[in-house]
Design a protein around this ligand. Structure first.
Ligand SMILES: Nc1ncnc2c1ncn2[C@@H]1O[C@H](COP(=O)(O)OP(=O)(O)OP(=O)(O)O)[C@@H](O)[C@H]1O
Length: 510
């Protein structure tokens, strides 16, 4: 079945640039020992039976922030059942912990890349994944291999299952993966683990980390408001919950509303030295040559600056040269390489699908990040006058009108496509949804209605809906046979993941 789907996908989406990679991926998949393949699929299938994020969020909403939230204690309890006590975690994992509304993934990716280029063995825990869940746990920048994922999954799962105190005493999806990632990093003896917060900070499972070496708080904004609070100040308070006494923390000056003051006050109360990452223009680069960041778009300079500080603060602490100053001078060449060669797919990523079809992808899903995405797209796609198509979806409680309005106002698109986050093929990795296909299709219809409500007469573009992402891609592929097309995929990282999944990329690309 899986193969049938993969074959179909391949015949749909063959582009010259991807053909070689597809063949390699296919051969790798075909030649994998079938027992191992089955064990990996079983592991992912079993993981998906643990409660998914969506249902956990629903429950958490009912409970309300702060009340009865035992995420951190529960994570500690489950870690202990896998043989890792808090003391062991504190002493054996050298961690960098990062929270924020926007840019925490990118900042972690820059930080990890810099540290790797300096020769350190890195672990990196992030969420969500785009194609395969193993992307969430990386060693030396690469997703855990299927074989290692399977091995660690069953080790952790079996110890937890053996020590259950009642029928439902298993961690839900994100908590399980956090426990597993910490196991992997300790057992793989990484020098440094870069850990991205899931949601918020104070009450996030990753806040089981009690003595990270350094902490980062990236750009703040409104997201997950029903969990974290309806103002940026309330959200800032939650994010600042990862600050620790005497552990230096970095953030950026330019934060919305009074949120920076909230972080400052919390840092003072906790006893955490809070430092500002310098403006990107202030750095002294080797030979005066400013790096071309591996992640395109102006906002990435904010993330890159926090990352430089985090990575260097970690390296200084590692050399017993802790400094409570932010660094701007003499940026080493390895740091530049880390910034330039970073890979963080699905964020301001472009793929030349064919000479006539270029795909631009950015998983922006807040109004601010949609605006950033648009300015990146305008700049990156500014070549000739090809037709521009928008492929959009959004999920969760986000108001589609707020996300669609800047896209409409840009007047860039001659066609708009709405489509649920359902590729046509489905592997175990991609079936972790609490939302049914029917609910997703309703959401697609709501996007169509929201767009029509925004649209002024006369209609400036044609609007289409498709049930599957593969149908949407085939539609643009056919259009590109006639004229040059540029497609912007945005609104949801999961939608971007579906597109990337259909392109069948290798581990080097995700
Ligand atoms: N500092 C920033 N300000 C605004 N938007 C940003 C910033 N950094 C990244 N983005 C945009 O936000 C989206 C998600 O990026 P990234 O994965 O780095 O953030 P994140 O905080 O991990 O997001 P999430 O957890 O919501 O998926 C992308 O569209 C990216 O281009």
């Amino acid at each position: 079945m899986l193969f049938g789907n993969r074959m179909r996908t391949l015949s749909f989406l063959v582009c010259d640039a991807c053909l070689c990679r597809k063949v390699v991926t296919m051969v790798r998949f075909l030649t994998m020992d079938s027992a191992n393949k089955q064990r990996y699929e079983d592991a992912v299938g079993t993981l998906n039976t643990l409660q998914t994020n969506a249902s956990v969020l629903q429950q958490a909403k009912k409970i309300r922030v702060g009340q009865l939230n035992t995420n951190v204690e529960d994570t500690r309890k489950y870690l202990l059942r896998t043989g890792i006590s808090q003391k062991m975690l504190d002493s054996s994992l050298s961690a960098i912990h990062v929270a924020g509304t926007k840019g925490k993934g990118s900042t972690c990716a820059f930080t990890e890349s810099i540290l790797r280029k300096h020769g350190h063995r890195t672990g990196f825990y992030s969420s969500p994944h785009l194609i395969a869940v193993r992307e969430r746990i990386r060693i030396d920048g690469k997703p855990l291999s299927m074989q290692k994922f399977t091995q660690y999954f069953w080790e952790v799962y079996n110890s937890l299952a053996a020590q259950k105190e009642h029928e439902h005493d298993m961690p839900p999806y994100f908590k399980f993966l956090t426990v597993m990632a910490l196991n992997v990093f300790i057992k793989e003896k990484v020098d440094v683990a870069v850990i991205e917060v899931g949601i918020g900070g104070e009450l996030d499972c990753t806040n089981v980390l009690r003595n990270p070496v350094v902490v980062g708080i990236t750009s703040l904004g409104l997201d997950h408001t029903s969990l974290l609070g309806s103002t940026v100040e309330l959200i800032a308070w939650q994010k600042a919950g990862i600050l620790k006494p005497k552990v230096p923390a970095f953030t950026v000056e330019n934060q919305p509303g009074d949120s920076l003051n909230v972080i400052r006050q919390r840092a003072e109360a906790i006893g955490c030295p809070l430092l500002m990452a310098p403006n990107f223009e202030e750095y002294k680069w080797p030979d005066g040559k400013k790096p071309i960041l591996g992640l395109d778009s102006q906002v990435q300079t904010l993330n890159a600056s926090i990352a430089i500080q985090l990575a260097h603060a970690w390296m200084n602490a590692n050399n017993n040269q802790a400094s409570e100053k932010s660094l701007t001078h003499e940026i080493p060449q390895s740091t530049v390489k880390g910034l330039e060669q970073v890979k963080w797919p699905g964020r301001t990523q472009t793929i030349d699908f064919s000479p006539q079809l270029k795909i631009f992808m950015d998983g922006a899903h807040t109004t601010d990040s949609i605006k950033n995405c648009l300015s990146w797209f305008k700049q990156a796609s500014n070549r000739g006058s090809p037709k521009r198509v928008l492929l959009f979806n959004s999920t969760g409680e986000r108001d589609p009108t707020n996300l669609l309005r800047p896209l409409y106002d840009s007047q860039l698109f001659s066609k708009v496509i709405f489509c649920p986050n359902i590729a046509s093929s489905c592997t175990a990795d991609q079936s972790n949804f609490m939302v049914t296909a029917e609910q997703q299709l309703k959401r697609t219809a709501a996007h169509l209605a929201a767009w029509k409500a925004i649209e002024n007469e006369p209609k400036s573009c044609s609007v289409h809906t498709f049930p599957y992402v593969s149908d949407a891609l085939n539609f643009v592929k056919e259009l590109s046979a006639v004229e040059e097309m540029q497609v912007l995929v945005t609104g949801s990282l999961h939608l971007v993941g579906c597109v990337l999944g259909l392109l069948d990329l290798s581990d080097e690309d995700v």
